[in-house]
Each structure stands twice: as structure tokens, then as C-alpha cells.
Design a protein around this ligand. Structure first.
Ligand code: 4AD
Ligand code: MG
Length: 445
């Protein structure tokens, strides 16, 4: 009996005859011996075609196989420490080889290519080992997020993608023509989460969100995925503890399931192993103090310029990067100035210039991966906040209802999936963290 196997399980089949269906990653020609690196989507293995052990016509095919040709191979599995692969250490001695298609001129070759070229060929680039590893880690992170929420008793309640009103800054809205009426792509599920919170207590949504961001940075996507929990009777301090537990769980899951992938992308895992409870918690004003001290201590005028901050202004990337470099674990920055945050954030009691918000900054320069807050739960305060920001109050009638029928203090946050993947994988840019990135200058393929 020949077992059809997934290469990730090849270790279970040493000494047996197996069938593998996949694609040629590369081939090394040694005359009567052909070393074919085969990938099947779940792993890679070195297959050896030996002229004497195969039908002549099949060896001829093996000898001419090109990169990304599709093949079905049967052969015997041997353990061999030197054999490359994922997992490495196994080899298949080919008995039969059936060609699906001989690929011609596959554009992505082992030589170096520019990023724009690779992004133009994203539909093929996904097959490359590094991209494959990153997207497998992404899948682990998604599952970890959902498992954590489910186990903590949160109910998954989906929120709409087409919305009649802004959930965040109006400057980043994607407008649609909804049968002659204006509508927008969701920037967040939060407002609906708040309604769902009052129905179910602890809820989350997890889906794509859209921001027409005119920024071309390594942290910004136009379409990104966000995990958004919302909890009734929750304080900012409770929220930070929840975030800390979630982030530690995600990192642990990746360490438990993706060691081979982390090795393939050469991630320094000691940085991830350091992600344990006890994240730092500092206020916005303390953060500004620290940035001012750092700027005063630098002699480099360019660095000084970058670190400059007016108390009351939002942090830019250089500020966040500098802050994260002061700590070996993620750091919470809470009580931001109200004027730089969204309309729904609860003011600090006795100091309305500051709000009950918290951002979680990931270490190693990554910066904000989570943004959250306590929500304004008083009807009149919320109305005045909407008016102050020139938002059309009538579009928020349903949202205001939540403040009329049994309002409660509540809080929630949004965790950006791609920024989390970029940090955990140690990537310089978010474009490789999502299968098909939507960027300011890219919507193809
Ligand atoms: O801080 P943001 O804008 O918060 C909200 O949308 C809240 N309504 C969430 C909530 O409380 N339910 O976004 C939350 C997170 C950010 O910390 C970041 O990780 C990610 O979403 N994010 C982006 N990721 C990639 N590209 C963009 N353009 C992003 N904008 C936000
Ligand atoms: Mg934010």
C-alpha cells in the first residue's frame, strides 16, 4: 500500500513507500542522479531520481524538470540527516514520477528580485519558502486570537462592512455609492460591538477593516484585519490585563507551533521568549517626559529633531520607536490627549484634556499594535463630543440609544493583525504579513 502523505508528517513514514503530490522547488543535476526539492504546500523534501531505479522515460522527465513544474512522485522514505527540507532530515528515493505540467520560465528565480517585482508577482511569490513561513505564522496568530477570546467567554458577533457613518477619523473613510446614498467601508467594528456588548456582555469581532490612509509607511495598509473585543463593566486597567494575557498567549502559541517557520525566517526567538506578563504601563505624560529626557541626552541634532514633541500632540513613528527601545517588553501608554483620539473616548475624571485610552506598543521599534479605551457612556457627553467633532449626530441615533437604555461603563480595543504578524516575525514592513496587500500605490494582484 502506498500512503498519500503531507510532507509535514514525513517523519512517520520512514521505510515506507509513499506518494507526494506537489511542485518542483528546485533541481540539482548530477547526471545519473537528480536531486529534486519537492514542495506540497505543507513542507518540502529532497527526492532523488536515480537512473538505474526508474523507467527510462520517467528519468528523462526528472532530468529536465523545471522550477514549479507539477509532479506526483512515489518512492521510499529514508532518514538522512544531511537532507534539506521542511522538516529536514528525510529523503525520498523516487520509484515513479508523473508529470502534471512542465512549467516554462517561472519568473521568480533563486536570484535576488526587487520588492516591487515580487509584489507584482505576489500570486506566485506566496510559494517561496519565506512567504510561506510568514503566512503560516499569521494563521497561528489568527487561531490563537480566536481561541483566547472563546476560552475567556467572549462571543463572536460579526459586524457589518458597509456602514452609514464613520467609526474613526472621517479623513480616512472609503466612500461608497449605496444605491444613491452615501455609505462607507468599515474602519472598525467597534460601534456595533458596543451594541452587541449590551446584548451579550463580552463580545468580539474579527474581520477586515478599511482606511483610506494617504500614508506610505511600513505600518499602514489600506485593508487590514482587526480583532476587536468589547466588554461591559470594564475599566482601562482591566483592559490592559486582558491585552497582556492575549498577547502572551499569541506569542506562546507561535513559539509552540512555528519553531521551523521562525527558523526559516531567521527570527531571534529569544526576543519572543521574553514576552511574559509584566508589560510596562506608563502614562502619555510620562512618555513625553522620557522622550524629552532622551532628546536632551542626545548629541545628534537629527535625532533630536525626530524626538521633538509638543506635549498634547500625538506620537509619530519615531516617538513610538524610541519609546519601545526603552523597554524589553511591550509597553502600555495610557491617558493620551483627548484631542488626538477618537470621539468616543471617556475623558479622565477631573482632567478632560486627557482620555481613558491605551495603546500597546510592541518592542524592537514596532510601536502600536493595539489601540483601546473606555467609552463615553453618558448620553449628553457623547452628543457634545459628536458635535464638537462636526459628526452628523442623526447618523448616530442608534449608537446614542445605547446610552439611553441601561448604559454601563465599558471598554474595548482593536488589535491589528498585520502589525502583530510583522512584530512577531520581525519583518521590516507589513506588506508581507497579508496574502494580498492593499497599499496606497497597489491593489494588484
Ligand atoms: O487605533 P485604532 O484606529 O483603533 C480602532 O479602530 C478602535 N475602534 C478599535 C477598538 O477599540 N475596537 O486601530 C486599532 C489597531 C491599531 O493599533 C493597529 O494595530 C491597527 O489597528 N491599524 C492598522 N494596521 C494596519 N494598517 C492601518 N492603516 C492600520 N490602522 C490601524
Ligand atoms: Mg490607534
Amino acid at each position: 500500500m502506498t500512503a498519500l502523505i503531507d510532507l509535514r508528517n514525513i517523519g512517520q513514514y520512514v521505510g515506507q513507500t509513499v506518494q507526494v503530490r506537489g511542485w518542483v522547488y528546485d533541481r540539482t543535476d548530477k547526471g545519473k542522479l537528480q536531486f529534486i526539492r519537492l514542495r506540497d504546500g505543507s513542507g518540502q523534501v529532497q527526492c532523488v531520481a536515480f537512473k538505474k531505479e526508474m523507467a527510462e522515460d520517467q528519468f528523462e522527465v526528472a532530468r529536465t524538470l523545471t522550477q514549479e513544474s507539477s509532479v506526483i512522485i512515489t518512492g521510499s522514505v529514508r532518514a538522512d540527516d544531511r537532507a534539506p527540507g521542511i522538516p529536514g532530515g528525510y529523503e525520498i528515493g523516487i520509484q515513479t514520477l508523473h508529470l502534471g505540467q512542465m512549467a516554462q520560465d517561472y519568473p521568480i528565480t533563486p536570484k535576488e528580485h526587487g520588492v516591487e517585482f515580487l509584489m507584482d508577482n505576489r500570486h506566485l511569490w506566496l510559494r517561496s519558502t519565506r512567504q510561506w513561513a510568514i503566512l503560516r505564522i499569521r494563521a497561528t496568530i489568527v487561531k490563537a486570537m480566536r481561541d483566547f477570546m472563546d476560552e475567556q467567554g467572549f462571543l463572536l458577533v460579526d459586524t457589518p462592512i458597509i456602514t452609514p457613518a464613520a467609526g474613526e477619523e472621517t479623513t480616512t473613510l472609503f466612500a461608497l455609492d449605496y444605491f444613491g446614498e452615501p455609505a462607507y467601508l468599515a474602519q472598525t467594528g467597534q460601534l456595533y460591538n458596543e451594541a452587541n456588548m449590551a446584548a451579550f456582555g463580552k463580545v468580539y469581532c474579527f474581520g477586515p477593516t478599511f482606511r483610506a490612509e494617504k500614508s506610505k509607511t511600513r505600518r499602514h495598509l489600506i485593508e487590514f484585519w482587526m480583532l476587536e473585543p468589547e466588554l461591559a463593566y470594564c475599566s482601562l486597567e482591566d483592559l490592559m490585563s486582558l491585552e497582556e494575557g492575549l498577547v502572551c498567549y499569541i506569542v506562546q502559541q507561535v513559539l509552540a507551533k512555528n519553531r521551523p517557520e521562525l527558523a526559516l525566517i531567521e527570527r531571534d526567538v529569544s526576543k519572543l521568549e521574553a514576552i511574559t506578563p509584566g508589560f510596562y504601563r506608563i502614562s502619555y505624560d510620562e512618555a513625553v517626559d522620557r522622550l524629552e529626557q532622551l532628546a536632551a541626552a542626545t548629541t545628534d541634532p537629527e535625532q533630536q529633531q525626530l524626538l521633538k514633541i509638543e506635549r498634547g500632540d500625538d506620537f509619530g513613528s519615531p516617538h513610538e520607536t524610541a519609546l519601545t527601545e526603552m523597554f524589553d517588553k511591550p509597553v502600555f501608554v495610557y491617558h493620551y490627549p483627548s484631542r488626538v483620539k477618537a470621539f468616543y473616548m471617556q475623558p479622565v475624571a477631573g482632567n478632560p484634556e486627557r482620555c481613558r485610552s491605551v495603546d500597546l506598543l510592541a518592542p524592537e521599534g514596532y510601536g502600536e499594535i493595539i489601540g483601546g479605551s473606555e467609552r463615553i457612556y453618558d448620553h449628553d457627553v457623547l452628543v457634545s463630543k459628536l458635535q464638537a467633532q462636526h459628526l452628523p449626530v442623526e447618523n448616530y441615533a442608534w449608537y446614542l440609544d445605547l446610552r439611553r437604555y441601561g448604559t454601563v461603563p465599558h471598554a474595548g480595543f482593536g488589535q491589528g493583525l498585520e502589525r502583530t504578524v510583522a512584530w512577531i516575525c520581525g519583518l521590516p514592513h507589513v506588506r508581507e504579513t497579508i496574502p494580498y496587500a492593499r497599499l496606497l500605490n497597489r491593489k494588484y494582484p
